[in-house]
Ligand binder design. Structure first.
Ligand SMILES: [Fe+2]
Length: 327
Protein backbone atom coordinates (compact mmCIF):
# COMPACT_ATOMS: atom_id res chain seq x y z
CA UNK A 1 0.00 0.00 0.00
CA UNK A 2 1.45 3.45 -0.88
CA UNK A 3 2.11 5.86 1.99
CA UNK A 4 -1.15 7.44 3.10
CA UNK A 5 -0.89 11.22 3.52
CA UNK A 6 -1.37 12.72 6.97
CA UNK A 7 -5.05 13.61 7.03
CA UNK A 8 -4.95 17.22 8.22
CA UNK A 9 -2.48 19.99 7.51
CA UNK A 10 -1.79 22.86 9.90
CA UNK A 11 -4.63 24.99 8.49
CA UNK A 12 -7.11 22.15 9.16
CA UNK A 13 -5.87 21.84 12.74
CA UNK A 14 -6.20 25.60 13.33
CA UNK A 15 -9.68 25.63 11.78
CA UNK A 16 -10.87 22.69 13.90
CA UNK A 17 -9.53 24.18 17.12
CA UNK A 18 -10.86 27.64 16.33
CA UNK A 19 -14.31 26.32 15.51
CA UNK A 20 -14.30 23.84 18.40
CA UNK A 21 -13.40 26.49 20.96
CA UNK A 22 -15.66 29.08 19.25
CA UNK A 23 -13.07 31.82 18.86
CA UNK A 24 -13.69 34.40 16.15
CA UNK A 25 -10.95 35.61 13.82
CA UNK A 26 -11.00 39.05 15.47
CA UNK A 27 -10.74 37.54 18.95
CA UNK A 28 -7.97 35.14 17.94
CA UNK A 29 -5.90 37.85 16.24
CA UNK A 30 -6.33 40.08 19.27
CA UNK A 31 -5.36 37.39 21.79
CA UNK A 32 -2.34 36.31 19.74
CA UNK A 33 -1.35 39.95 19.13
CA UNK A 34 -1.14 39.55 15.37
CA UNK A 35 -2.79 41.47 12.56
CA UNK A 36 -5.94 40.30 10.80
CA UNK A 37 -3.86 40.07 7.64
CA UNK A 38 -1.27 37.79 9.27
CA UNK A 39 -4.05 35.51 10.55
CA UNK A 40 -5.71 35.38 7.15
CA UNK A 41 -2.39 34.52 5.50
CA UNK A 42 -1.74 31.61 7.89
CA UNK A 43 -5.29 30.31 7.50
CA UNK A 44 -4.74 30.55 3.75
CA UNK A 45 -1.73 28.24 4.00
CA UNK A 46 1.29 30.47 4.66
CA UNK A 47 3.53 28.59 7.10
CA UNK A 48 4.66 31.67 9.04
CA UNK A 49 6.20 29.86 12.01
CA UNK A 50 6.33 32.69 14.57
CA UNK A 51 2.65 33.47 13.87
CA UNK A 52 1.76 29.77 14.01
CA UNK A 53 3.39 29.42 17.41
CA UNK A 54 1.51 32.45 18.75
CA UNK A 55 -1.79 31.07 17.45
CA UNK A 56 -1.12 27.64 18.96
CA UNK A 57 -0.84 29.15 22.44
CA UNK A 58 -4.34 30.61 22.15
CA UNK A 59 -5.94 27.51 20.63
CA UNK A 60 -4.77 25.01 23.28
CA UNK A 61 -2.40 23.48 20.72
CA UNK A 62 1.23 22.50 21.05
CA UNK A 63 3.42 25.13 19.32
CA UNK A 64 6.17 22.58 18.70
CA UNK A 65 3.84 19.97 17.19
CA UNK A 66 2.02 22.55 15.05
CA UNK A 67 5.35 23.82 13.73
CA UNK A 68 6.47 20.27 12.88
CA UNK A 69 3.15 19.63 11.13
CA UNK A 70 3.63 22.79 9.05
CA UNK A 71 7.20 21.77 8.18
CA UNK A 72 6.06 18.21 7.33
CA UNK A 73 9.06 16.67 9.05
CA UNK A 74 7.31 13.87 10.97
CA UNK A 75 5.45 10.84 9.62
CA UNK A 76 4.20 7.99 11.82
CA UNK A 77 5.58 4.45 11.56
CA UNK A 78 3.50 1.63 12.99
CA UNK A 79 4.87 -1.89 13.56
CA UNK A 80 3.73 -4.74 11.33
CA UNK A 81 1.34 -7.26 12.86
CA UNK A 82 2.46 -10.74 11.75
CA UNK A 83 -1.09 -12.07 11.95
CA UNK A 84 -4.61 -11.22 13.05
CA UNK A 85 -4.81 -7.67 11.69
CA UNK A 86 -5.44 -6.07 8.30
CA UNK A 87 -5.87 -2.42 7.36
CA UNK A 88 -7.82 -1.09 4.37
CA UNK A 89 -7.95 2.39 2.88
CA UNK A 90 -10.68 3.07 0.31
CA UNK A 91 -11.83 6.14 -1.57
CA UNK A 92 -15.09 7.78 -0.55
CA UNK A 93 -16.04 10.86 -2.57
CA UNK A 94 -13.20 13.40 -2.22
CA UNK A 95 -11.35 11.62 0.59
CA UNK A 96 -10.21 8.18 1.70
CA UNK A 97 -11.47 6.28 4.74
CA UNK A 98 -9.93 3.46 6.77
CA UNK A 99 -11.39 0.21 8.01
CA UNK A 100 -9.97 -2.86 9.70
CA UNK A 101 -10.19 -6.60 10.14
CA UNK A 102 -9.02 -8.34 13.33
CA UNK A 103 -9.08 -12.06 13.94
CA UNK A 104 -8.04 -14.87 16.23
CA UNK A 105 -5.58 -17.07 14.41
CA UNK A 106 -6.69 -20.30 16.08
CA UNK A 107 -10.49 -20.08 15.98
CA UNK A 108 -10.53 -17.96 12.76
CA UNK A 109 -13.21 -15.76 14.32
CA UNK A 110 -13.02 -12.23 12.94
CA UNK A 111 -14.49 -8.76 13.40
CA UNK A 112 -14.68 -5.99 10.84
CA UNK A 113 -14.24 -2.50 12.31
CA UNK A 114 -16.01 0.05 10.10
CA UNK A 115 -16.72 -0.92 6.52
CA UNK A 116 -14.88 1.58 4.33
CA UNK A 117 -16.35 2.46 0.97
CA UNK A 118 -15.50 -0.81 -0.82
CA UNK A 119 -15.05 -4.16 0.92
CA UNK A 120 -13.66 -6.18 -2.02
CA UNK A 121 -10.10 -6.35 -0.63
CA UNK A 122 -11.35 -7.11 2.89
CA UNK A 123 -13.49 -9.99 1.61
CA UNK A 124 -10.44 -11.38 -0.22
CA UNK A 125 -8.49 -11.43 3.06
CA UNK A 126 -11.45 -13.16 4.73
CA UNK A 127 -11.38 -15.84 2.01
CA UNK A 128 -7.59 -16.21 1.99
CA UNK A 129 -7.42 -16.81 5.75
CA UNK A 130 -10.71 -18.79 5.85
CA UNK A 131 -12.13 -16.44 8.46
CA UNK A 132 -15.60 -16.45 9.96
CA UNK A 133 -16.72 -12.84 10.40
CA UNK A 134 -18.77 -12.74 13.61
CA UNK A 135 -19.20 -9.00 14.01
CA UNK A 136 -19.15 -5.73 12.14
CA UNK A 137 -18.29 -3.14 14.82
CA UNK A 138 -19.00 0.47 13.89
CA UNK A 139 -17.03 3.29 15.52
CA UNK A 140 -19.88 5.63 14.57
CA UNK A 141 -22.60 5.89 11.97
CA UNK A 142 -21.26 8.56 9.60
CA UNK A 143 -21.77 7.56 6.02
CA UNK A 144 -18.13 7.14 5.04
CA UNK A 145 -17.66 4.58 7.85
CA UNK A 146 -20.67 2.40 6.96
CA UNK A 147 -20.81 2.73 3.16
CA UNK A 148 -19.80 -0.87 2.31
CA UNK A 149 -22.03 -2.52 4.92
CA UNK A 150 -24.45 -4.06 2.36
CA UNK A 151 -21.45 -5.58 0.50
CA UNK A 152 -20.14 -7.17 3.73
CA UNK A 153 -23.54 -8.45 4.83
CA UNK A 154 -24.11 -10.01 1.42
CA UNK A 155 -20.93 -12.08 1.86
CA UNK A 156 -20.97 -12.94 5.59
CA UNK A 157 -23.37 -13.75 8.41
CA UNK A 158 -21.99 -11.08 10.73
CA UNK A 159 -23.98 -9.19 13.36
CA UNK A 160 -23.74 -5.42 13.06
CA UNK A 161 -23.07 -3.41 16.21
CA UNK A 162 -23.42 0.32 16.84
CA UNK A 163 -23.22 2.32 20.08
CA UNK A 164 -26.58 2.86 21.78
CA UNK A 165 -26.20 6.66 21.64
CA UNK A 166 -25.84 6.82 17.87
CA UNK A 167 -29.02 7.95 16.06
CA UNK A 168 -31.86 5.41 16.17
CA UNK A 169 -32.34 5.13 12.42
CA UNK A 170 -28.65 5.40 11.49
CA UNK A 171 -28.04 1.75 10.60
CA UNK A 172 -31.28 -0.27 10.34
CA UNK A 173 -31.03 -3.66 12.05
CA UNK A 174 -27.86 -2.86 14.02
CA UNK A 175 -27.58 -4.26 17.53
CA UNK A 176 -26.48 -1.84 20.23
CA UNK A 177 -23.54 -1.91 22.62
CA UNK A 178 -22.87 0.31 25.63
CA UNK A 179 -19.77 2.07 27.00
CA UNK A 180 -17.09 -0.39 28.17
CA UNK A 181 -18.81 -3.49 26.74
CA UNK A 182 -16.55 -6.28 25.44
CA UNK A 183 -16.51 -8.46 22.35
CA UNK A 184 -14.40 -11.64 22.16
CA UNK A 185 -12.83 -13.52 19.25
CA UNK A 186 -11.05 -16.60 20.61
CA UNK A 187 -8.33 -15.18 22.88
CA UNK A 188 -8.81 -11.63 21.59
CA UNK A 189 -10.76 -9.16 23.73
CA UNK A 190 -12.18 -5.94 22.28
CA UNK A 191 -13.27 -3.23 24.74
CA UNK A 192 -15.62 -0.39 23.71
CA UNK A 193 -14.03 2.82 25.00
CA UNK A 194 -16.31 5.87 25.04
CA UNK A 195 -14.51 8.57 23.05
CA UNK A 196 -17.63 10.47 22.00
CA UNK A 197 -17.75 14.06 20.85
CA UNK A 198 -17.32 13.75 17.08
CA UNK A 199 -20.65 11.90 17.25
CA UNK A 200 -22.86 11.03 20.27
CA UNK A 201 -21.67 7.42 20.52
CA UNK A 202 -18.25 7.53 18.84
CA UNK A 203 -16.32 4.56 20.20
CA UNK A 204 -12.72 3.38 20.21
CA UNK A 205 -12.35 -0.39 19.97
CA UNK A 206 -9.39 -1.39 22.11
CA UNK A 207 -8.06 -4.77 20.96
CA UNK A 208 -5.91 -6.94 23.24
CA UNK A 209 -4.42 -10.31 22.34
CA UNK A 210 -2.52 -9.43 19.15
CA UNK A 211 1.22 -8.69 18.95
CA UNK A 212 0.65 -5.10 20.12
CA UNK A 213 -2.24 -3.39 21.88
CA UNK A 214 -4.41 -1.79 19.21
CA UNK A 215 -6.89 1.11 19.38
CA UNK A 216 -9.25 1.43 16.41
CA UNK A 217 -10.60 4.86 17.07
CA UNK A 218 -12.69 6.07 14.11
CA UNK A 219 -12.66 9.86 14.02
CA UNK A 220 -11.69 10.32 17.70
CA UNK A 221 -8.03 10.69 16.76
CA UNK A 222 -6.00 11.10 13.56
CA UNK A 223 -2.26 11.22 13.26
CA UNK A 224 -1.45 14.87 14.15
CA UNK A 225 -5.12 15.83 14.46
CA UNK A 226 -8.60 14.81 15.61
CA UNK A 227 -12.01 14.54 13.93
CA UNK A 228 -14.06 17.73 14.03
CA UNK A 229 -17.14 18.44 16.10
CA UNK A 230 -19.34 21.53 15.79
CA UNK A 231 -21.06 20.95 19.14
CA UNK A 232 -18.92 18.82 21.48
CA UNK A 233 -15.34 19.48 20.50
CA UNK A 234 -14.03 19.97 24.05
CA UNK A 235 -15.62 16.71 25.12
CA UNK A 236 -14.13 14.99 22.09
CA UNK A 237 -10.61 16.12 22.96
CA UNK A 238 -11.12 15.40 26.67
CA UNK A 239 -12.53 11.90 26.11
CA UNK A 240 -9.79 11.06 23.61
CA UNK A 241 -7.14 12.21 26.06
CA UNK A 242 -8.68 10.31 28.98
CA UNK A 243 -9.44 7.06 27.19
CA UNK A 244 -6.80 6.72 24.46
CA UNK A 245 -3.81 8.56 25.90
CA UNK A 246 -4.03 6.44 29.05
CA UNK A 247 -3.48 3.21 27.06
CA UNK A 248 -0.08 1.45 27.04
CA UNK A 249 2.71 3.42 25.37
CA UNK A 250 3.21 0.82 22.63
CA UNK A 251 -0.44 0.93 21.53
CA UNK A 252 -0.90 1.08 17.76
CA UNK A 253 -3.54 3.60 16.67
CA UNK A 254 -5.85 2.81 13.75
CA UNK A 255 -7.65 6.06 12.91
CA UNK A 256 -10.66 6.54 10.67
CA UNK A 257 -8.62 8.61 8.22
CA UNK A 258 -4.91 8.98 7.47
CA UNK A 259 -2.00 6.65 8.29
CA UNK A 260 -1.65 4.15 11.11
CA UNK A 261 0.27 5.60 14.00
CA UNK A 262 1.33 4.86 17.58
CA UNK A 263 0.47 6.41 20.90
CA UNK A 264 4.14 7.29 21.41
CA UNK A 265 4.21 9.21 18.11
CA UNK A 266 0.98 11.11 18.87
CA UNK A 267 2.17 12.05 22.35
CA UNK A 268 5.01 13.89 20.68
CA UNK A 269 3.61 15.12 17.37
CA UNK A 270 -0.14 15.65 17.77
CA UNK A 271 -0.80 19.40 18.31
CA UNK A 272 -3.90 18.60 20.42
CA UNK A 273 -2.03 16.31 22.85
CA UNK A 274 1.71 17.05 22.81
CA UNK A 275 3.02 18.17 26.21
CA UNK A 276 3.70 21.85 25.53
CA UNK A 277 0.00 22.44 24.83
CA UNK A 278 -1.64 24.77 27.34
CA UNK A 279 -4.06 22.73 29.45
CA UNK A 280 -7.58 24.20 29.51
CA UNK A 281 -8.66 25.26 33.00
CA UNK A 282 -11.61 22.90 33.36
CA UNK A 283 -9.46 19.84 32.68
CA UNK A 284 -7.46 20.50 35.81
CA UNK A 285 -10.64 19.87 37.79
CA UNK A 286 -11.55 16.57 36.13
CA UNK A 287 -9.13 14.89 33.78
CA UNK A 288 -11.36 11.97 32.84
CA UNK A 289 -15.07 11.89 32.42
CA UNK A 290 -17.71 9.23 32.64
CA UNK A 291 -20.12 11.93 31.65
CA UNK A 292 -22.48 11.18 28.80
CA UNK A 293 -23.50 13.66 26.10
CA UNK A 294 -26.89 14.07 27.85
CA UNK A 295 -25.20 14.99 31.14
CA UNK A 296 -22.87 17.40 29.36
CA UNK A 297 -25.88 19.13 27.80
CA UNK A 298 -27.39 19.68 31.27
CA UNK A 299 -24.36 21.47 32.67
CA UNK A 300 -24.21 25.25 32.44
CA UNK A 301 -22.88 26.24 29.05
CA UNK A 302 -19.58 27.61 30.36
CA UNK A 303 -18.85 24.52 32.43
CA UNK A 304 -19.59 22.31 29.45
CA UNK A 305 -16.91 24.18 27.60
CA UNK A 306 -19.28 25.99 25.32
CA UNK A 307 -19.52 29.73 24.87
CA UNK A 308 -22.15 31.27 27.14
CA UNK A 309 -24.08 32.53 24.14
CA UNK A 310 -23.68 33.79 20.63
CA UNK A 311 -20.56 35.89 20.29
CA UNK A 312 -20.26 38.82 18.00
CA UNK A 313 -18.01 37.86 15.16
CA UNK A 314 -18.17 34.11 15.90
CA UNK A 315 -16.89 32.45 12.76
CA UNK A 316 -19.67 31.08 10.62
CA UNK A 317 -16.95 29.27 8.72
CA UNK A 318 -17.18 27.01 5.72
CA UNK A 319 -16.99 23.88 7.87
CA UNK A 320 -19.82 21.38 7.70
CA UNK A 321 -20.86 18.97 10.44
CA UNK A 322 -17.72 16.89 10.17
CA UNK A 323 -15.27 19.72 9.61
CA UNK A 324 -13.21 20.17 6.50
CA UNK A 325 -13.86 17.51 3.89
CA UNK A 326 -16.70 16.15 6.02
CA UNK A 327 -14.91 14.66 8.97
FE1 LIG B 1 -17.18 10.83 11.22
Amino acid sequence: MPLIPIEDNFTDVIAKAQRGYAISDAELASRAEITAEALAAVKGGEANLPVLRRLARHLQLSPDALEILAKKTAYPRAPVFPRGFAFFNTRHEDMTVNNYLVWDNKTREAAVVDTGADAAELLEVVDTHRLRVKHVLLTHAHEDHVAALPQILAATRADVWLHEREPADAVPGARRFADNDYFHLGVIAIKCLPTWGHSPGQTTFYVQGLSWPLALCGDSLFSASVGGSPTHFREQVKNTRARIFSLPKDTVIGPGHGPLTTLAHERKYNPFFAPDRLAPVEEKKSAASDETPAAAEKRPARAAGKPAGPRPGKPAGPLGFHGRRKR
